[in-house]
Design a protein around this ligand. Structure first.
Ligand code: PLP
Length: 745
């Protein structure tokens, strides 16, 4: 980066009579140009991250920070009478849903920051994840036309476009490169589908509704489209250098498959090598095994891609043939290993006349990883138990992480400065330096309190502008922000709030310190129950916020359109991070790490990375409650009946059906109630043990409220979390991938 050139040009920039969007585009273009000056390709091995999602959020501030010019830009713009915050009008690029997509973005940031050559491959969706409006308490989905602001951080590479062939159509894949700045400049290459109207549909929407055959086919096309574009490019590049020699492909390329969505890349690699480069099938499969590795993100079977063979045969006949041939290879190998019938069935990539992308990945890849210690253990003991028995060396843990550049330095410059002033700025280059704070916690508790108050004030101002809800400065902030899903148990928080509210009204809860519960969550458009929970929370919020008897003590806010930019404000301004999934179901969580790094205590279950958070920051500095995995397993085995818990929590639970709250005549609250009390053919009553854990949850929330009274002691707990959060930097995670899986450092 030529900083001087950038600042000189910025000073010269004529800003008069320009709209925010024009300025955004011009300043970004300038920074992009200066940022790219001097970047160079690597001669040795590079790693590639294939992901259906990259939830990159707003690029403007982060890029200027990475380029080291954000402060100068702020000053130069101020001299011109422009507040740098005006660019918050530019909405996020939400090319992802939640944790999985945000992880991909954090990984790219960390790799660039560390100087590791890691490039991303994905899809340039025309519309990202929908924009969420709330009407009458219900979620309404609006299209996210993110490109209407322009896309100054991408460069269209017309000359590197490729043709992707389906049986019934050809599609042009045109790459758009987004540079990722850091110690080196890496690239996020997103493919846009061009050609016929049908062809363009492939990159139109992130996860089109797939409840119809047409929708399923479209999703299959999307997955193949970007996987094939990426693999085609890598193979062609290699062939240009080495001719038809591929035994050394893995010496130059490591390909990480982010979940099962890009797993068809394996079949495409084998197809390409055998068809176009005359490599033998066995060799092609071997080279694939040396190249690919797979990250599992979920143990929920419905989230593991499974493609009916008729679909695959219809639009990808050659891939169908490759998959069948890999299946034959599997059978031979399992025979040699003396697998039983059940063992073979458990590991087969083909069953029930379809293809399991997870089993394909586990069979071929050299490494399979889970994303937190507990999750990896569950993979070994449950989901991939059989494969673990026969291929134990394939399995590794790589606990997720988050980039401290966006999630601390950018979103909390005040805390960052306090850290600088306490232990020096070395942690900015090497995050492990954060742990030095451990020696100074008592000394800075007061200063930390001030920082937290300031960040709360900023959050409250923002919430007041966005949501029209005013929160007094002394309120404790409890936040639960994440995708809406039954297993994440936002409903349990809603019930706990109702019980606290009832306790305040009837006087059974005394000495309660003023608290606000902040929710932020999008529900999948077709996920009825999740949408009912959003409506329920909004009804509760409306009722509690307007109760003058209690609203000096308790408020509830459901923020609209939760996204990366909102998250940046919420994680910095929160005291208590709510991470309350049913034990065994949240693979890792990364929201929990963002909160920890910003000094929120975790109120959570022993699930995902919460376990490691509690271990590293000290269990006494967090609030762990609820059933652990063994207990949940035992309850399932013994047959859990929630009836007695429904009685115990009658007031809260029955508010769903006794007319306390209105679901607008939709019947969706009754449906929620039934999910707890009755169940359905596809799930047991209270499948997620919401009522089972509710009492201990409420106790934990009240204990926090009471502990908060000792301000110093509470600030110390919060600081212990900051001081021990370095482990959850994605710099640590990426270093582990680079060393243990990709072998590039
Ligand atoms: C970090 C993040 C997530 C993931 O949150 P979890 O609590 O780990 O599910 C989801 N959405 C956004 C916008 C995020 O920034």
């Amino acid at each position: 980066m030529n900083k001087l050139l950038f600042t000189d040009k910025l000073k010269e920039l004529d800003t008069s009579n320009k709209t925010t969007i024009q300025l955004y585009n011009e300043i970004s273009a300038l920074a992009l140009k200066c940022g790219l000056a001097g970047s160079k390709a690597v001669a040795g091995k590079s790693a590639y991250y294939l992901s259906m999602e990259f939830l990159i959020g707003r690029g403007f501030y982060n890029n200027l920070m990475e380029l080291g010019v954000i402060e100068e830009t702020r000053k130069i713009l101020a001299l011109k009478g422009i507040d740098i915050n005006v660019f918050e009008e530019i909405e996020d690029a939400a090319l992802g849903n939640g944790g999985l997509g945000r992880l991909a973005a954090c990984f790219l940031d960390s790799a660039a920051g560390l100087g590791i050559p890691l490039h991303g491959y994905g899809i340039r969706y025309k519309y990202g994840l929908f924009k969420q409006a709330i009407e009458n308490g219900f979620q309404v989905e609006l299209p996210d036309d993110w490109q209407r602001f322009g896309d100054p951080w991408s460069i269209r590479k017309e000359s590197e476009k490729r043709v992707i062939k389906f049986a019934d159509m050809s599609v042009t894949a045109v790459p758009y490169d987004m540079p990722v700045f850091g110690k080196r400049v890496n690239v996020l290459r997103l493919w846009q589908a061009e050609g016929s109207e049908e062809a363009q549909k492939i990159s139109e929407y992130l996860y089109p509704a797939d409840d119809t055959e047409e929708g399923k086919l479209l999703r299959l096309r999307q997955e193949y489209f970007f996987s094939a574009a990426a693999i085609g490019e890598l193979v062609e590049r290699h062939a240009k250098k080495f001719g038809k020699r591929f035994d050394n492909f893995a010496e130059y390329n490591a390909v990480q498959l982010n979940d099962t969505h890009p797993v068809l890349a394996i079949a495409e690699f084998v197809r390409l090598l055998t068809a176009d480069y005359k490599v033998g099938f066995a060799d092609a499969l071997k080279f694939a095994g040396q190249t690919f590795s797979y990250t599992n993100h979920t143990v929920m079977p419905e989230a593991l891609e499974f493609w009916g063979s008729a679909f695959v045969r219809k639009i990808l006949p050659d891939i169908y043939a490759v998959l069948m041939r890999i299946f034959l290879t599997q059978k031979e190998e399992f025979n040699k290993l003396n697998c039983t019938f059940e063992e073979t069935a458990a590991m087969s990539l083909y069953y029930s006349d379809g293809f399991s992308m997870a089993n394909l990945a586990v069979f071929v890849c050299h490494t399979v990883n889970g994303v937190a210690k507990l999750h990896t253990d569950i993979l070994k003991q449950n989901l991939f138990k059989t494969a673990y028995k026969f291929y134990p060396d394939k399995f590794q843990n790589k606990t997720n992480g988050i980039t401290q550049r966006r999630w601390l330095m950018l979103c909390n410059s005040e805390l960052s400065e306090l850290i600088d002033n306490t232990v020096g700025s070395g942690w900015r280059g090497d995050i492990s330096g954060l742990s030095k704070l451990n020696g100074q916690i008592d000394e800075i508790a007061k200063a930390f309190k001030c920082v937290k108050s300031e960040k709360k004030k900023q959050l409250f101002e923002y919430i007041s502008r966005q949501e029209g809800i005013v929160i007094p400065h002394n309120f404790i902030v409890y936040s639960q922000v994440k995708r809406l899903h039954e297993y994440k148990r936002q409903l349990m928080t809603a019930f706990a709030i109702l019980e606290i509210y009832n306790g305040l009204k009837d006087g059974s809860i005394k000495n309660f310190r003023p608290s606000v519960f902040v929710f932020g969550a999008k529900s999948a458009p077709s996920y009825k129950r999740a949408k009912a929970i959003i409506k329920f929370i909004n009804e509760i919020a409306k009722s509690i916020n307007s109760d003058e008897q209690t609203n000096g003590l308790l408020k509830v806010v459901f923020v609209r359109n939760y996204n990366v930019s909102y998250a940046e404000k919420i994680v910095a301004g929160t005291d208590v991070s709510l991470q309350v999934s049913t034990a065994g179901l949240e693979a890792s969580g990364t929201g929990n790490m963002k909160f920890m790094m910003n000094g929120a205590v975790t109120c959570g279950t022993m699930d995902g990375a919460n376990i490691e958070i509690a271990e590293l920051a000290g269990r006494e500095n967090n609030y762990i409650f609820g059933a652990e995995v063994d207990e949940i397993e035992r309850l399932k085995a013994d047959g859990y009946d929630p009836q007695e818990y429904i009685k115990m929590h009658r007031n809260a639970v029955e508010s769903l059906i006794n007319g306390t709250f209105s679901d607008g005549g939709t019947g969706c609250f009754k449906d929620l109630y039934d999910s707890l009390a009755v169940g359905a053919s596809w799930h047991k009553p209270d499948n997620y043990f919401v009522l089972y854990d509710l009492s201990s949850y409420k106790e934990a929330l009240l204990k926090i409220n009471s502990d908060y009274g000792d301000e110093k002691a509470f600030a110390v707990k919060q600081l212990k979390n900051v001081a021990n959060s370095a482990y959850f930097s994605s710099d640590r995670t990426i270093n582990e991938y680079a060393a243990d899986i990709w072998k590039i450092i």
